[in-house]
Design a binder for this molecule. Structure first.
Ligand code: SAH
Length: 186
C-alpha cells in the first residue's frame, strides 16, 4: 500500500520527525498541517485511482498526498497557495524521485489548462463545492471535497456519470484547514 511506501517523516519538520508515524495531523509551517494518515487514506480510497489516471489535488501542503498519488501511478497535478510550502514540497518530491506538476496559486478554480481530470481531491475545507472543479471532471471522474463550516466538514464525493449528469454522496465528517481563495473562504 502506498501509505507504507512513503516515508512520512520527510514531510514534517525535523523537530516533529519522532511523531511522523502517529495517526495525527502535524504542523508543516505557514499555519498549515499535513493531514492525518487516516484522512489521506480515506480521500485516496474515495478517489479510486487507477494507474495512469490524471489527478488534480488542491492544497499540495507538505506534498505527502501528492507522493502517495504519484506512487500509485497517477499523473499528478497539484496547486498550493503558500509559496514556502510550494517550494518545500517540490524539493522533497523531487528528492524522492516524483515529478508531479506543481503550481503556485489559488486552486479554487482548478487548473483548466490540463483538464479534464479522472480525479480531483481538495485537501482543505470548502464552504461550498467549487463549481469549476465539477466542470473539470472527466466523464467517470470523481471529485472528493470536504464541505462545511471552518470547524467541521462532511466529505462529499461527486462522480460525473455522463456529460450532463452527476452523482453526489455525503460521507464522514472531518476537520480540515480552510480552503482560502476566490471560490473558497475569504
Ligand atoms: N495535501 C496536503 C494537506 C495540506 S493542508 C498534504 O499532504 O500535506 C491543505 C493545504 O491547502 C494547505 O497547505 C493550504 O495552504 C492549501 N490551500 C488552502 N487554500 C488553497 C487554495 N485556494 N489553493 C491552493 N491551496 C490551498
Amino acid at each position: 500500500m502506498a501509505i507504507q511506501a512513503i516515508p512520512r517523516h520527510l514531510f514534517v519538520d525535523t523537530a516533529l520527525e519522532n511523531r511522523a508515524y502517529e495517526d495525527t495531523a502535524l504542523p508543516i509551517g505557514s499555519g498549515q498541517t499535513i493531514s492525518q494518515p487516516y484522512t489521506v487514506a480515506a480521500q485516496t480510497e474515495l478517489l479510486e485511482v487507477a494507474r495512469g489516471d490524471k489527478v488534480l489535488e488542491i492544497g499540495t501542503g507538505s506534498g505527502y498526498q501528492a507522493a502517495i498519488l504519484s506512487h500509485m501511478g497517477a499523473d499528478v497535478y497539484s496547486v498550493e497557495r503558500h509559496e514556502k510550502l510550494y517550494h518545500k514540497a517540490k524539493q522533497i518530491l523531487n528528492e524522492l524521485g516524483y515529478r508531479p506538476n506543481l503550481k503556485l496559486g489559488d486552486g479554487t478554480m482548478g487548473w483548466s489548462a490540463y483538464a479534464p481530470y479522472d480525479g480531483i481531491v481538495v485537501t482543505a475545507g470548502a464552504p461550498v463545492v467549487p463549481d469549476d472543479l465539477i466542470d473539470q471532471l472527466n466523464v467517470g471522474g470523481r471529485l472528493v471535497v470536504p464541505v462545511g463550516s471552518q470547524k467541521s466538514q462532511v466529505m462529499v464525493r461527486i462522480t460525473r456519470v455522463s456529460e450532463e449528469s452527476y452523482e453526489e454522496e455525503h460521507l464522514q465528517h472531518f476537520k480540515f484547514v480552510p480552503l482560502i481563495g476566490e471560490k473558497g473562504w475569504d
